[in-house]
Ligand binder design. Structure first.
Ligand SMILES: *Cc1c(COP(=O)(O)O)cnc(C)c1O
Length: 400
């Protein structure tokens, strides 16, 4: 039976990707629009660096795509998170709540602020933070004082909640916002994986004080490397721009910097790539959803595993497609990873949980049973947008 499941998953995946050249990468970029034209324009005009028309244009178009008032483009998603934490008031020795099933970016960004990550659990329906369990947990461990919400166990202030839309699936923002309001915590959305994802009919990224995007090479829209800070608060947006552009006061010739800022601005060359990529976002989401449909249908007939589908409250961009093994078969995860990778079908497990990493092993955390359980059963499968295209184009030869 065990051997059957390893074989069935490998064969089904192979059949879904029959037309694609081997190896089939986990996620690779797709440059089918104006990318060459816009990048060439930067080279032809000499506007390649930290100033230029594509940066302004990219910020305007990103804000429109995400339905927020302002977007500030930065060098990567980690830098975006770092600056958002500072803007939310995170100070040395504060605690920042974030899910343990996560990419390393947000925990590291908390460390850059000399603050402490505090890990919370997720729910199986969304793979995002469980609002209900967070409420119960905070009611048990926290205490409201004049200076804010405090962790009674550690004595530190709990400053903000950073939620994440795992693999592009929208977490339950209304429920999470309600918990934040109840405990008077600002909310930050790490929407790095969720450009093109909707929650209750609107793009994610506008429920909290601030949110972030990433345009790394493996994301749905790439600028090579890049990120953005999004907000509906115009004062915060101006502060984000100031802080990420060396805190330089506008002046025709003087160099006056009025605080310790960061040189985090996205170069024009990268923004040019982003402008071209963003023009094709809708198409990319449609292709990814088509690929997800194909996977869902194919894996429906295999018992022992299920294809993870979007929660009912939203529409996912299906950034990274996910299989979840039934509990009795969790022990087969590594055999399946080995067999599929051997067959040129690139698959990966979920990230190592944050509290299992050496530098975050002693951080405060709630009971992380759902993270622990799911991390042992998740397998991510090839998800490049072109795989869901009308005719499966050949991939690039080197995976990102
Ligand atoms: C990609 C990603 C980021 C940001 O990564 P950068 O490489 O710094 O752009 C942040 N959070 C999550 C969940 C991500 O997947």
């Amino acid at each position: 039976m065990s051997e059957d499941l390893v074989q069935a998953i490998t064969e089904t995946l192979g059949a879904c990707l029959a037309d694609a050249k081997r190896p089939v990468a986990l996620h690779e970029p797709c440059f089918e629009g104006n990318e060459w034209k816009y990048v060439k324009d930067c080279l032809d005009t000499g506007w390649v660096s930290s100033v230029g028309a594509y940066v302004d244009r990219y910020e305007v178009e990103l804000a429109r795509a995400m339905d927020v008032a302002r977007a500030v483009a930065v060098v990567n998603g980690t830098a975006a998170l770092h600056v958002c934490l500072l803007l939310a008031g995170v100070e040395r020795d504060d605690e920042v709540l974030l899910p343990a099933l996560n990419f390393i970016a947000s925990a590291n960004a908390v460390s850059y602020c000399a603050a402490v990550p505090h890990f919370v659990d997720i729910e199986e329906e969304t793979l995002g933070v469980s609002a209900e369990r967070l409420r119960v947990y905070l009611a048990g461990i926290s205490e409201r004082r004049q200076a804010g919400l405090f962790n009674r166990t550690t004595g530190r202030r709990i400053r903000v909640l950073v939620v994440m839309h795992t693999f592009g699936h929208p977490c339950d923002l209304d429920a999470l916002k309600a918990v934040c309001d109840e405990f008077d915590l600002p909310l930050i959305e790490d929407a790095a994986e969720a450009l093109g994802t909707q929650y209750k009919g609107r793009p994610v990224g506008s429920s909290g004080l601030l949110s972030t995007l990433s345009f790394n090479g493996n994301k749905i829209v790439t600028t090579g490397g890049g990120g953005a800070i999004l907000t509906n608060d115009l004062v915060l947006a101006d502060k984000a721009k100031h802080l990420t552009t060396t805190a330089r006061r506008p002046h025709r010739w003087e160099f006056i910097h009025d605080e310790v800022g960061f040189n985090f601005r996205l170069p024009n060359l990268n923004a040019a790539l982003g402008c071209a990529q963003l023009e094709r976002l809708e198409e990319a989401v449609a292709r990814k959803r088509a690929l997800a449909d194909r996977y869902r249908a194919a894996f429906a007939g295999i018992s022992g595993v299920r294809f993870f589908t979007e929660p009912s409250h939203g529409a996912s961009n299906y950034w990274l497609n996910t299989l979840i093994l039934d509990r009795p078969f969790a022990h087969l995860r590594d055999s399946i990873l080995e067999r599929t990778n051997d067959a040129g079908l690139i698959t990966r497990p979920a990230w190592t949980l944050m509290h299992r990493l050496p530098m975050y092993g002693s951080c405060p955390k709630m009971d992380l049973r759902v993270c622990e359980d799911l991390a042992s059963r998740i397998i991510n499968i090839p998800s490049s947008a072109f795989l869901g295209g009308p005719a499966v184009r050949q991939g690039h030869s080197s995976p990102v």
